[in-house]
Design a protein. Structure first.
Length: 135
């Protein structure tokens, strides 16, 4: 199965919108789930994107924003704290971001399934516990 193409114009617009929302403090960057949820809310205004495409845009945008303007993680221009970046990377690597996107989509469409929420919540709790207690 091939990956959908990322539209550079849509991606750049999304990156700019996310950066501005972070700078305006409309997104709490200390909470990775809020970052993902707010990204989903912004992408809802782009018509015709599948769940897989939304996931690709969110991952690409988070990675770009996390590196800051200099393109390097962990420097002064990063808009997302390192702790949140670590959690988001774990979300991406373990595909929790995909589950979260699907959950938000289902909730917005009225397909709220409590068992899925409970499973995702336990996964997130375990990951948060691991990420935040490594130090």
């Amino acid at each position: 199965m091939t990956q959908p193409e990322i539209d550079t114009l849509v991606l750049n617009s999304f990156i700019i919108t996310m950066k501005q929302a972070i700078r305006d403090k409309k997104i709490n960057v200390d909470n990775p789930l809020i970052v993902i949820t707010k990204a989903m809310e912004i992408l809802e205004h782009v018509n015709g994107l599948s769940g897989k495409e939304k996931k690709m845009y969110i991952i690409q945008t988070i990675e770009t924003i996390a590196k800051g303007d200099d393109g390097i993680f962990g420097t002064a221009d990063d808009l997302i704290p390192e702790r949140t970046i670590r959690a988001l990377k774990t979300f991406i690597e373990q595909d929790i971001i995909g589950d979260t996107i699907q959950l938000v989509t289902d909730i917005s469409k009225g397909k709220f399934e409590i068992n899925k929420v409970q499973k995702l919540g336990m996964s997130c709790f375990n990951i948060f516990n691991t990420c935040f207690h490594k130090q």
